[in-house]
Design a protein around this ligand. Structure first.
Ligand SMILES: Nc1ncnc2c1ncn2[C@@H]1O[C@H](COP(=O)(O)OP(=O)(O)OP(=O)(O)O)[C@@H](O)[C@H]1O
Length: 368
């Protein structure tokens, strides 16, 4: 992301279909040149946001501003926005070249300019040698690149991509994630990408907007979203997480509180102004937990249990530890076959530990 100038703003946007409130007073600023991802479970309203930005759907309340100007009256075809759909929607009877040229012809771009722009778009998506092919003669990934070329050739200010990689197989999807990010940087066009795949969001985005039930839950960089989720929904939606419920016994200083959880006293780090008796959730990522021998170590929080299940994941070994309190904890460690300690046996007595400060402490939520 090169600069932080707002390109598009949604201010208090709401949308209801029949009696189903799909977007609820949504605020969102999209900055010029950024790769922004809307992430959330199916039905949370991601596509509706895209459709309102593109002008295919009208908001019931709120405003959509482009360069600070309300664009409610601008029809879809007059907005500087292009959309790449999951289905690609290429014209099957036209060549790749003609598919890409189509938008330019529709926009009455001078003939002399069209060839140069189509070839430039083809080069960008590395399909120069495929100009004469029809869509059915291309792989899924190549068709996806044609769809992107067809969108970027119009030089939109904003490119909307709706689950554009979800039809591809895992390997191709990973390759295309790298390609898309490269293209976005090269073109310096603002991308708004919709997905329900958290890995995809983490690897491609400058910022992620986590949505749930028509509301924004958190906006932040992938690292912020992963390491400091603001609520249980975000914490659970992005990756795996261990959750302990506890109660504050006293505040130690501005950044630390003492908590009773799992029948033990813990000192946890938090900036949140918790007071004595507040109920809290303490969250830890599996990779922040270490499995050790059942001996205590003063620097770290330490709990005893036994290995309940082990899942070999190639790069990591994911172990499920049943604590003596009955709670199950998942720990993910890099697999090192030369290290004899990795050969945990089911039922083996172990302890888990982590450093104070690695945990996220959130206010207790009644129902989630
Ligand atoms: N034109 C419509 N008429 C009625 N309901 C609609 C319409 N468009 C969307 N919805 C409903 O709005 C809700 C949100 O849909 P939307 O497509 O925005 O979600 P999404 O987060 O993109 O989901 P997915 O990941 O499954 O595509 C869903 O319950 C959907 O059924």
């Amino acid at each position: 992301m090169t600069e932080c100038k707002p390109l598009l703003q949604l201010n208090g946007v709401s949308k209801t279909f029949a009696d189903n409130t799909v977007l609820d007073d949504l605020d969102l600023t999209i900055y010029d040149g950024e790769f922004l991802t809307l992430l959330g479970p199916s039905g949370c309203g991601k596509t509706t946001v895209l459709r309102i930005i593109a002008g295919f759907e009208q908001e019931d309340q709120g405003q959509v501003l482009l360069d600070q100007q309300n664009i409610a009256i601008l029809k879809a075809e007059h907005r500087p926005v292009n959309t790449v759909f999951q289905s690609y929607a290429l014209f099957p009877h036209m060549t790749v070249y003609d598919n890409i040229a189509f938008g330019l012809i529709m926009h009455k771009v001078p003939k002399a300019e069209i060839d140069g722009r189509v070839m430039e778009a083809l080069r960008m998506v590395r399909l120069e040698d495929f100009a004469k092919r029809k869509p059915h003669q291309l792989s899924g990934g190549q068709q996806q690149r044609v769809a992107i070329a067809r969108a970027v050739v119009n030089r939109p200010r904003l490119l909307l991509l709706d689950e554009s990689l979800s039809a591809l197989d895992y390997k191709l999807r990973q390759e295309m994630q790298v390609e898309l990010k490269r293209l976005q940087r090269q073109l310096n066009i603002t991308f708004v990408y919709v997905t329900h795949d958290q890995e995809e969001a983490l690897s491609m985005s400058d910022r992620i907007v986590v949505m749930h039930k028509g509301k924004v839950q958190q906006i932040g960089t992938p690292r912020e979203i992963y390491e400091t989720p603001v609520n249980l929904f975000v914490a659970r939606f992005i990756g795996e997480i261990n959750q302990f419920d506890g109660q504050v016994t006293r505040r130690i200083d501005d950044n630390h509180v003492e908590v009773i959880a799992e029948g033990a006293e813990w000192v946890v780090q938090t900036d949140y102004p918790f007071a004595a008796d507040d109920k809290v959730h303490i969250l830890l990522r599996p990779e922040d937990i270490r499995i050790t021998k059942p001996e205590s170590d003063d620097e770290k929080i330490h709990m005893d249990g036994h290995i309940h299940e082990c899942n070999y994941k190639g790069k990591t070994m994911d172990s499920y530890i049943r604590l003596s309190t009955g709670t199950t904890v998942i720990a993910s460690e890099f697999f090192d076959e030369d290290d004899p300690d990795y050969d945990y046996r089911l039922g083996q007595k172990v302890a888990i530990e982590w450093f104070t400060g690695w945990e996220v402490v959130l206010p207790y939520e009644q129902s989630i």
